[in-house]
Design a protein around this ligand. Sequence first.
Ligand code: PEP
Length: 249
Amino acid sequence: MRKTLVAGNWKLNASIQDTEKLINGVLAGLDGVSAEVAVCPPFPYLAQAQQLLAGSSVRLGAQNVSDQESGAYTGEVSAAMLKEFGCYYVIVGHSERRSLYAEDDAFVARKFAAARQQGLAPILCVGETLEEREQGVTEKVVARQLDAVIEVEGAAALADGVIAYEPVWAIGTGMTATREQAQEVHAFIRQRIAGHDAAVAEKVQILYGGSVKPDNAAELFAEADIDGGLIGGASLKAEDFLGICSAGR
Ligand code: PEP
């Protein structure tokens, strides 16, 4: 049985004060939560978060990583640096990075590889836009995004990370995919991985992301192939985030 993972993506939101309040709030409400929990603050707060989370069960993640190890890459942050600050996860291929910063499939695959090489667990985001869904090419898009990583790293590598299916039209819009819509794509992703390696497909956690809230988390997480959530907006309030974590198994 795969465990539920609930990971909070804080995006470009936080301050020193917010980080302390939010992390302490989450830590204070974990009693009775059986899901695995992670938080992904912006880079400058990783050291503070690492200290606040020390000795707890909550894992730390980053929101992005360089595909390079070191050198003349102004503004970049390497996987080794993230490791040094206690990161366990790193998000790669978030749709905001794909669309706003022109990160293509090959680039995302290199980031996945760079993270893995340092022993970080990449959270690989895949998902279609509304236009693509309406054109009926959801599976084609998700397969392309997944295959780009499989081509570079091999299917077995997926077992070292997590996949997050995030329909772009549901991110930050309040428009959650229905449980059926989400389950359909999750099952497709698992089947596609199984086509390469059945054991990896069975093991890999596939999270759903897109306007998950305390009141819709339980029905989504109850689906056979939905193993938790990548949470944006609702991860910024300890109470809401904990409400979602409590819906996990
Ligand atoms: C996200 O950014 O990964 C996300 C799912 O955001 P939200 O929960 O706000 O839709």
